[in-house]
Design a protein around this ligand. Sequence first.
Ligand SMILES: [Zn+2]
Length: 65
Amino acid sequence: MKRIITRETICPKCKGEGRVYDMDGIVFTAGIGFLLQVITPETKDICPQCGGTGKVYYETIIENE
Ligand SMILES: [Zn+2]
């Protein structure tokens, strides 16, 4: 008999925020960005790991003999 346990964990990539900074974009536009004050939430991208939910789910299969 198998049981599947789903565990909910805070996404390690975005630390539960659901979005990650686009580091390449920030580095590239850092000087101009600070001058124009255009660093806003729009400079963040939705986390590819959790799809923006901030949570990831692990499925663990427990097999009882
Ligand atoms: Zn995430």
